[in-house]
Design a protein around this ligand. Structure first.
Ligand code: PLP
Length: 476
């Protein structure tokens, strides 16, 4: 991924790498744009041979460049921003906390904000989860989840459980443990020899690409659950620690998956780093699946981008085992439970509740989905429009009949995002990856702030419609 707030922009004469793939892009930098060349920078940028838009401010839904050009942030960066930018209450809460106690060494101390945030998170699950653990990124939360799952089985004297099962084409973070349980081939490739080896992967739940003709949702979910069951049996069910997945998919799937995990005594870890904390229309996406995970991670919308903050929620089964066992989670970071991060998250979550933003997510999500479908469903290069709440993806196809994706070297989703950043559109949408495996298609993500207005949703849908039509229009 690349950061939305400091979006990398291609200099026409250069090529640059995205996800370690060399790409050539449209000459999208406006002559007037304030850009900084990465070549002479002291920053170890993701791309060392490109230019970046200089973002100086962000206000409401807008990212503002050094030359005062405004770009509408229709994705909240990487689905992070949930209140928009410049929220005074959150800024004040962070400032107050920094002045009161900016840091807390959690080996000896705790803080009121950490205690309150964790209580808040646990209560938000209606008692389904028992304790929370605050870190600074989604990857750290996933690392902690993997290690906590392993430690759980040590506590209950099942040390042979060391295997994880996850899904192909999944992403659970960039650090070695998180990368190990993920299935993102491009990001894994160079580091493969360093990754945890005892992870295997089953098919993702993607109705658009995976469902057989005439197959019902229930039949599809059952087929995938059977594949998971067979994978448990292949690796020995007594060896499996956990199944790891992101919970935004088709009807019935997670009930079936939960059953398989229960049948074999394995844990279910749900990665809600991107879809969680309200983006799906409920605070936790699993609420819509009628299941409860054993361990859950949250991230982006937890602090809405105001501080680097993410978390892990552990269920009673796991916490009880730890309490009755060693009582020590053998894990920890210098900055875990960071007071400023906790203060930001606590205030963001209070605002989400007080302003009843989840009902806006659901209403504006319905509007966004129907407008996107009205405008784009019949487009010959739009294969699928899918999502929930304010988390929408548009998948592109080279051929609508056979759903063939574009070749990865065309970098279609990246080019569409780049084109969106030009003055003609002034919109920030997020590149959801291309067809690196020849299976998944290029897609873009639209994930605006939870307090988005009706007018802004209409504008986003119309602008994305224009952007996609123009991009695919025959070039003169
Ligand atoms: N899990 C999911 C589902 C994600 O989308 C991401 C980031 O995009 C991560 C984990 C990793 O989070 P972070 O980038 O904060 O480390």
């Amino acid at each position: 991924t690349w950061s939305f707030t400091t979006s990398s922009i291609q200099n026409p004469s250069q090529a640059y790498t995205v996800d370690m793939v060399l790409i050539k892009l449209n000459p999208t930098v406006d002559a007037t744009d304030a850009v900084a060349s990465s070549k002479h920078s002291a920053v170890l940028h993701r791309h060392l041979d490109t230019t970046f838009l200089n973002m100086t401010r962000s206000e409401g839904n807008f990212l503002i460049l050094e030359n005062d050009r405004k770009i509408f942030d229709a994705s909240g960066g990487a689905a992070v921003g949930c209140l928009g930018w410049g929220n005074q209450r959150v800024a004040q809460a962070v400032t107050n906390q920094v002045l009161a106690a900016p840091y807390c060494a959690t080996i000896f101390y705790t803080t009121k904000v950490q205690e309150e945030l964790c209580r808040d998170l646990v209560q938000s699950t209606n008692g389904a989860m028992a304790r929370a653990y605050i870190v600074n990124s989604g990857s750290e939360a996933m690392e902690a989840a993997v290690k906590l799952a392993r430690q759980y089985f040590l506590e209950i004297d099942q040390p042979q459980r060391t295997r994880f099962i996850s899904r192909k084409q999944s992403y659970h973070g960039i650090t070695l443990g998180a990368l190990s349980v993920g299935g993102h081939e491009v990001r894994r490739a160079k580091f493969e020899p360093l990754l945890i080896q005892n992870v295997s992967r089953v098919s993702p739940c993607n109705a658009f690409r995976g469902k057989a003709p005439g197959e019902s949702d229930e039949e599809y979910a059952e087929r995938l659950a059977k594949e998971l069951d067979e994978e448990f049996q292949r690796v020995g069910p007594e060896n499996v620690c956990a199944f790891v997945a992101e919970p935004i998919v088709g009807a019935g799937y997670f009930k079936a998956v939960r059953d398989v995990c229960d049948k074999y005594g394995a844990l279910l870890i749900l990665d809600e780093v991107m879809c969680g904390m309200g983006r799906s229309g409920t605070l936790h996406a699993w609420e819509q699946e009628g299941i409860v995970p054993d361990i859950q991670t949250v991230g982006k919308a937890l602090g809405g981008g105001y501080q680097p903050v993410a978390g892990l929620l552990a269920g009673h089964r796991v916490v009880n085992a730890l309490e009755k066992g060693s009582s020590v989670f053998v894990h920890g970071h210098t900055y875990q439970g960071h007071p400023a991060a906790c203060a930001a998250a606590l205030e963001v979550q209070r605002i989400v509740r007080e302003e009843n933003l989840l009902s806006n997510v659901r209403a504006m999500g319905d509007l966004l989905s129907s407008r996107l479908r009205e405008i784009l469903a019949s487009h010959p290069n739009v294969g699928d429009i899918r999502g929930r709440g304010l988390f929408w993806g548009i998948e592109f196809v080279a051929d609508k009949e056979n759903m063939a994706p574009f070749p990865s070297e065309d970098h279609v989703c990246m080019e569409i995002c780049q084109l969106g950043l030009t003055d003609k559109y002034g919109i920030n949408v997020y590149p959801g990856g291309g067809s690196v495996d020849g299976v998944t298609g290029d897609h873009i993500i639209i994930s605006p702030a939870f307090n988005i207005s009706r007018e802004d949703v209409e504008w986003i849908a119309a602008t994305v419609g224009r952007l996609v039509s123009d991009y695919f229009a025959p070039k003169a």
